[in-house]
Write a protein that binds this ligand. Structure first.
Ligand SMILES: Cc1cc2nc3c(=O)[nH]c(=O)nc-3n(C[C@H](O)[C@H](O)[C@H](O)COP(=O)(O)O)c2cc1C
Length: 172
């Protein structure tokens, strides 16, 4: 499947099969994130892998966005490591963008391997950071729920609602 086909095929999954995601498959997904580009190659991402019942229950105690995924990645960045645009007179911190690129790479690698995913940010990050006692310099950017889709796992109605390029791209 080429990349555009994969992009068409991928959809958010919100109902997962209990089948576990194998170690080798998980390693490939994480490896795709490791290879993702980051500003000045600082690699500020910090990824917490949750697959034990205890860890998943703790997460589900503070957010419903883990759904019934057998694996959840908490994608964070370390503000002590992320690149800042201060030399250019800007306060911009690239940590969130870097973590997003890493997440995108993992999401697409998962899709290529037939593993469903959900990128989720509908939660109060501070609650999750507190529940897992994350250090102060580590900021949670999103969750990436992973697992094999259940029969009724997706796509949702929203999936097909893509705007035409004429609405989102402007030639200047
Ligand atoms: C930054 C971001 C945050 C999202 N947060 C949530 C979320 O909290 N809960 C949820 O169910 N879906 C969430 N989604 C999934 C989007 O709703 C979904 O990607 C979008 O509707 C398009 O559907 P598709 O992924 O099936 O193509 C999020 C996606 C992104 C990129």
């Amino acid at each position: 499947m080429d990349f555009l086909e994969l992009s068409h095929e991928r959809c958010s999954v919100r109902n997962f099969d209990p089948r576990p995601v194998g170690e080798e498959t998980l390693e490939k997904i994480l490896e795709a994130g490791r290879l993702a580009p980051t500003a000045v190659n600082a690699q500020p991402q910090k990824i917490y892998l949750l697959k034990s019942r205890e860890a998943l229950e703790k997460l589900r105690g503070v957010t419903r966005m883990a759904y019934n995924a057998p694996v959840v990645l908490m994608v964070c960045y370390d503000e002590k490591v992320s690149w800042k645009a201060t030399p250019y007179g800007d306060t911009y911190d690239s940590g969130e963008m870097d973590a997003s690129i890493v997440t995108t790479a993992m999401m697409m690698q998962a899709a290529e391997l037939g593993v469903g995913s959900l990128w989720a940010r509908g939660f109060k990050a501070g609650d999750i950071e507190k529940a897992f006692a994350l250090p102060e310099n580590i900021h949670l950017v999103c969750l990436l729920d992973l697992g094999y889709p259940a029969k009724e796992g997706g796509p949702s109605e929203r999936h097909s609602l893509r705007k035409p390029l004429s609405e989102t791209v402007t030639e200047l």
